[in-house]
Design a protein around this ligand. Structure first.
Ligand SMILES: *Cc1c(COP(=O)(O)O)cnc(C)c1O
Length: 449
């Protein structure tokens, strides 16, 4: 074990030391070499040093270098060293996070970390948090709580009776709703097409004056941080209307919710504290390893009721059992890395991380605008949309940039227009990484004419 560990640590250090020099997306040779894994199920076993060396030799070069500071695709985030080290320890411990009786450590860290999170995000202090795999499951869990609550108020126990014959619920979303939220609705039997869609403005923000009539049989889903523009639905006004009507307000804030931890960006996310539930990721902007997200519910009893394995919900017990708040029972103690991120950063570090990424997004936008390209969004957060002219040209530049390997940006369509999307969310990204990436983008764009 000791020799293998030493070997592995050397390989890990080598990986991290060379991530800067390699192509961000694996090159053709590295991808081709993945064929080595194509073998029938082996009759005999393989010793750990041997199989680890196979992973290091063929796996490492084929990874997408999302942790190297120049991956700007989707909103992936990187991993803070403290969280990676904590995750390694967590793997050694192999704690089962389902119940306090199975891991008192996990239960303790969840309780403490939940208080920190509600403080950092400035959300109601009595809210419950479930540690789930990501924002998709967070949306799912929050909407399950909403479904339970609204039907419970109409004397319908959805846990026991399901939706068959239940009073109908309405779900209201913005035209720019994230697909994962629609997926959650479909999993919950609420239907991805049964939704009322509210028109949005040119940044993808819900138009408050275009809301349908609100009532206490409706779930209204707001978005904090549009995956293309980074824009926020105007929560203050909408929450006021929705709360007065008894509507359940849910917020999909997969990355945008973290704006609440920033002094300069906080105003974008103002009013969200009035919602009933929130979904966010920790594996995106908090730079925690996958899979890690949070479902946050103002009234813990509703989340508990929706997630409970038994029919004895609503009878609160004093014991803190994490599986009362998540769809899974057995699961890894994923709070360990969330705790490590917050303990490492502290309030100031978290604020600086968010602020720096927003500043670097502006650096990208200014650099590209100065080079003569069109920025399609108001760069309010960490997302930048750039057009290089025609759709063909924009796509050709994205392809060439991805092959070049200096950095990685993806393509998207924004309100009918092809664009390259830049998302700054890795702690390793500094001004230098942005400068280097900008010159690669501009050089490629000029070369393609
Ligand atoms: C990424 C994202 C999701 C889905 O999150 P996962 O962690 O991939 O499950 C949902 N909503 C928004 C706005 C996102 O950006």
């Amino acid at each position: 074990m000791k020799d293998t560990l030493q070997y592995l640590f050397r390989e890990i250090l080598r990986y991290q030391a060379t991530i800067d020099e390699r192509s961000v997306f694996p090159d053709a040779q590295a991808l081709k070499a993945l064929r080595v894994f194509e073998e029938p199920f082996p009759e005999g076993g393989t010793a750990p040093p041997e199989l680890l060396s196979m992973l290091c030799k063929y796996g490492s070069p084929a990874t997408v270098a999302t942790t190297g500071g120049r991956y700007f695709g989707f909103v992936t985030g990187g991993t803070l060293p403290a969280t990676v080290l904590a995750a390694m320890l967590a793997a050694v411990w192999d704690e089962n996070g389902s119940m306090e009786g199975m891991s008192p450590l996990n239960a303790k860290l969840e309780q403490v970390t939940s208080k920190w999170l509600l403080d950092a995000l400035d959300l109601p202090a009595q809210s419950a948090i479930g540690y789930v795999t990501g924002a998709t499951m967070a949306n799912f869990s929050a909407l399950a709580a909403a479904r339970f609550a609204l039907l419970h108020r109409q004397d319908w126990d959805v846990g026991a009776r399901g939706l068959f014959g239940a009073p109908p619920l309405r779900v209201i979303v913005g035209e720019e709703v994230h697909v994962s939220l629609l997926k959650a609705l479909s999993l919950l039997g609420l239907g991805r097409e049964r939704v009322l869609r509210v028109p949005v403005d040119d940044q993808g923000r819900m138009k408050a004056d275009a809301l349908p009539e609100l009532d206490d049989r409706s779930i209204l889903c707001l978005q904090s941080g549009n995956v293309n523009t980074g824009a926020f639905d105007p929560a203050t006004r909408i929450c006021q209307l929705a709360r007065a009507a008894g509507t359940w307000i849910h917020v999909d804030g997969a990355f945008g919710l973290w704006a609440r931890a920033s002094a300069t960006k906080r105003q974008l996310a103002e009013g969200l504290e009035n919602a009933d539930s929130w979904a966010t990721d920790t594996h995106k902007w908090l730079n925690v390893p996958y899979d890690s997200g949070l479902v946050i519910c103002r009234d813990p009893e509703y989340l508990k009721a929706a997630m409970s394995a038994t029919a004895a919900y609503l009878l609160s017990s004093d014991r803190y059992d994490p599986f009362d708040f998540t769809p899974e029972m057995s699961r890894r103690a994923r709070v360990i890395e969330v705790w490590a991120a917050l303990k490492y950063l502290g309030r100031q570090g978290l604020r600086e991380l968010i602020d720096r990424h927003c500043r670097l997004a502006r650096q990208f936008a200014e650099g590209l605008r100065d080079a003569g390209f069109q920025i399609l969004n108001e760069v309010v957060l960490n997302q930048v949309l750039v057009s290089f002219g025609s759709a063909e040209r924009t796509r050709a530049i994205i392809d060439a940039l991805q092959r070049d390997g200096t950095c990685w940006c993806g393509g998207t369509i924004w309100q009918g227009k092809a664009a390259m999307r830049i998302s700054v969310s890795d702690w390793k990204t500094t001004e230098e990484e942005v400068t280097r990436s900008l010159s690669a983008i501009i050089k490629i764009a000029h070369k393609l004419g």
